[in-house]
Design a protein around this ligand. Sequence first.
Ligand SMILES: Nc1ncnc2c1ncn2[C@@H]1O[C@H](COP(=O)(O)OP(=O)(O)O)[C@@H](O)[C@H]1O
Ligand SMILES: [Mg+2]
Length: 306
Amino acid sequence: MTAHEKQAVEAEEKRTDTVADEPTSTDTPPPPGTPIIEVENIGKRYGNVIALSDVTTSVRAGEVTCVLGDNGAGKSTFIKILAGAHEHTDGELKIDGISRHLSSPRVALDLGIATVYQDLAVVPLMPVWRNFFLGSEPTKGFGPLRRLDVSTMKTTAKDELAAMGIDLRDVDQPIGTLSGGERQCVAIARAVYFGARVLILDEPTAALGVKQSGVVLKYIAKARERGLAVVFITHNPHHAWPVGDRFMLLRRGKSMGDFPKSEITLDKLTAMMAGGTELDALSKELESSLGADSELIRDMKAETRG
Ligand SMILES: Nc1ncnc2c1ncn2[C@@H]1O[C@H](COP(=O)(O)OP(=O)(O)O)[C@@H](O)[C@H]1O
Ligand SMILES: [Mg+2]
């Protein structure tokens, strides 16, 4: 190698040291409870359609903020505002105390806000480690010798998954062979590794069975332990309750309230979710046609209690 080449190698190494995608997870996270995102009376109109209005809550380091609501309640609209996918049209969004309009997901990501959507963008036939680094692959060498740093990717993916308590037999297996829950977990570990401070999860348990949901809930708790602020969207209060620190309820685009865990109970949350009196009326109506002993009626009655 000539002296000139050597210089170029060194310059290249310096350059890759400072690329934007470098993980920043080694930074010390802010103390638990520090507000990272604060929204005040935030809203979103699509032309004449008011998808969301008057939502006030905060997303804090080391806490899980649950966003609950039925289909069409405005949950996705709310997180799209935080994720930079849609700009809000009303109210105020503050990040680290600074008022902002997020114009793109890239801007949100640069502020440390990562979103894991339900339909994960993974390449099923590619190995787990490859998916872990998709779009941010480390390389070694330079010029024509530049190539993917496969060994680093494999060991890093394995170590990072292990740090989240995810024990995969083999990071070489195609990600398509993992269960839905495991795939969600890989996406969570990936976001943590690439320096997310805020992790937004849009209904990560909606398509999963009981056991797989439990696995995902465990990693949500793990992300919180690592100091991340988590926004957990779900329509299931039984999933939200065990991991949540704060609960924000949406109904038809409006906030039904924002409660710290100390100020609400699971029963109350469930009743509010179910729409209380509305569900009561519906269950009475159904009772006359299905009979009081029907399983559906018993479930509905259990939900409206409390
Ligand atoms: N791009 C859009 N244009 C017009 N209306 C929309 C758009 N996106 C969502 N909405 C409306 O906003 C409301 C809330 O939707 P959404 O946030 O997807 O609810 P959720 O995620 O809770 O099911 C719905 O009534 C929906 O029809
Ligand atoms: Mg949705």
